[in-house]
Design a protein around this ligand. Structure first.
Ligand SMILES: [Zn+2]
Length: 116
């Protein structure tokens, strides 16, 4: 998954286009058609959620609730260079172990090449 929880992302399309926010949830795609997965971004893509009253004394409510949106509609905002960027991967060798050469997959910003 290219996007992780607590990443800052920018929304690329829709009514919140250009806005940035923090990723609260990453939802993996369930099947082939939606394999890219979805993200929930704090304070963005808000929709009303209606809550029905549970008993006669309670009132129904409408609350603003961030809805998930497809990962293809957001771009990672690199914390180093402050630009939206494609995500690349770099294989870094773990230097702590001498016995086994363990490799670590590291996410990098394609614009400034720094690990994100
Ligand atoms: Zn960068």
């Amino acid at each position: 998954m290219k996007i992780k929880i607590n990443d800052t992302v920018k929304i690329l399309s829709g009514k919140d286009r250009g806005k940035t926010g923090k990723v609260l949830h990453v939802i993996a795609g369930k099947n082939q058609r939606e394999r890219e997965g979805k993200v929930v971004v704090e304070g963005l893509n808000l929709k009303y959620k209606h809550i029905r009253p549970k008993n006669e004394r309670e009132k129904g409510q409408r609350i603003m609730f961030p809805y998930s949106l497809p990962i293809s509609r957001v771009a990672l905002l690199c914390p180093k260079c402050g630009q939206t960027s494609r995500v690349g991967y770099k294989i870094a060798e773990n230097q702590n172990t001498n016995l086994k050469k363990k490799t670590l997959k590291q996410r990098i910003c394609k614009k400034c090449q720094s690990a994100v």
